[in-house]
Design a binder for this molecule. Structure first.
Ligand code: LMR
Length: 335
């Protein structure tokens, strides 16, 4: 008697669970994906590809709205909006998570990665994967890394040697590492949202910046920065993030499909990003609006030597093990 009562109770619970899954699945899940860049950039294209694959494969189950160019949330409030579930997907630059984890600052260290291939290898290895989970206590879960590319230095005067940057005020992302990097050059910095960068450069409020080619071109920064030095001194990459309460509330089967779409989009973004940056580099050169300066190996080495002491300064906060794990992904031995 007791056993059949238990069995009945079990079936009732199972049915209730099943019903709630059905109800959840009946109502389309809404995902707002907000970002701060233009649509013709690696991140902008990734967001659109995600939307179109979801609409194709999860029609009626999941709806995605993409808000580019800080049109819904900008740098100042997007992470707070994600944590409060006002938006469900973001892909901020890795320099923008400082208040939630210091470990991701490894990506801001100048001259740590030789190229985007090295960045890719680090992100795929154990330490890189672990960092995706480093902010769960703050209600942020990393789903993937997306590339943009290596940063170039631009200014209102030619930057050939590190001493040329002395006395200039640079716009930076909100990162203590980037602040320290410019301090090593005798320059000052201003942490400004991406959406304010063009205006700050145009008005002369700041005189320099560091960006990958695709961000320079899509924001027309080359129209207000007459010189761009091809330094490739650091990386600007993204973490695709959601908030775990939302993400893990998605019914398992749908979440698995979303995760496989994310894998596909990540592969596409990361394959295409370098080509997009090279295309935009070429467009900038052809525009004739900014002079692109190539550095000799000796000149680039001088920038490396000037900026490199930043590593030591941040070793304690980032973690020596993380920096070491990043350093060994470079194929070539550096001097
Ligand atoms: C910046 O603020 O310079 C970048 O993080 C913008 C972006 O998302 O690429």
């Amino acid at each position: 008697m007791l056993n059949s009562f238990r069995r009945l109770a079990f079936y009732a619970l199972a049915l209730a669970a099943c019903n709630s899954e059905l109800t959840l699945a009946d109502e389309p899940i809404h995902i707002k994906f907000s970002h701060v860049v233009a649509e013709n950039t690696p991140k902008g294209q990734g967001a659109l590809l995600f939307k179109s694959l979801v609409e194709e494969r999860l029609a009626g189950k999941v709806q995605v709205e993409v808000y580019p160019n800080s049109s819904l949330y900008g740098d100042a409030d997007e992470l707070e909006a994600l944590r409060n579930n006002q938006v469900q997907l973001l892909a901020p630059s890795l320099a923008k998570f400082e208040q939630y984890t210091k470990q991701l600052q490894v990506f801001d260290l100048p001259f740590l990665f030789d190229d985007i291939g090295a960045v890719n290898r680090f992100q795929k290895r154990a330490k890189g994967r672990q960092l995706l989970r480093s902010m769960e206590d703050h209600n942020i879960v990393g789903l993937a890394y997306w590339h943009n590319g290596m940063k170039q230095l631009s200014a209102n005067r030619t930057l050939i040697l590190p001493s040329d940057a002395s006395g200039l005020n640079f716009r930076i992302q909100p990162s203590a590492v980037l602040e320290a990097q410019f301090a090593k050059l005798g320059a000052t910095t201003q942490k400004l949202p991406f959406s304010e960068t063009f205006r700050a450069l145009q008005s002369g409020h700041v005189q320099g910046a560091e960006n990958p080619w695709s961000n320079i071109h899509s924001q027309k920064l080359h129209e207000v920065q007459p010189y761009i030095s091809e330094t490739n001194h650091g990386v600007l990459d993204y973490m695709l993030v959601s908030n775990p309460r939302f993400w893990y509330s998605i019914p398992h089967q749908i979440r698995t499909q979303l995760e496989s779409i994310i894998d596909e989009v990540t592969f596409a973004v990361n394959k295409q990003a370098e080509a997009d940056n090279q295309r935009d580099r070429q467009r900038i050169i052809e525009s004739g609006q900014s002079k692109v300066i190539s550095l000799t190996p000796e000149q680039r080495q001088a920038w490396r030597e000037a900026m490199r002491p930043v590593w030591q300064q941040f070793e304690g906060v980032i973690g020596e093990d993380i920096i070491k794990a990043a350093e060994i992904v470079n194929r070539k031995k550096r001097s």
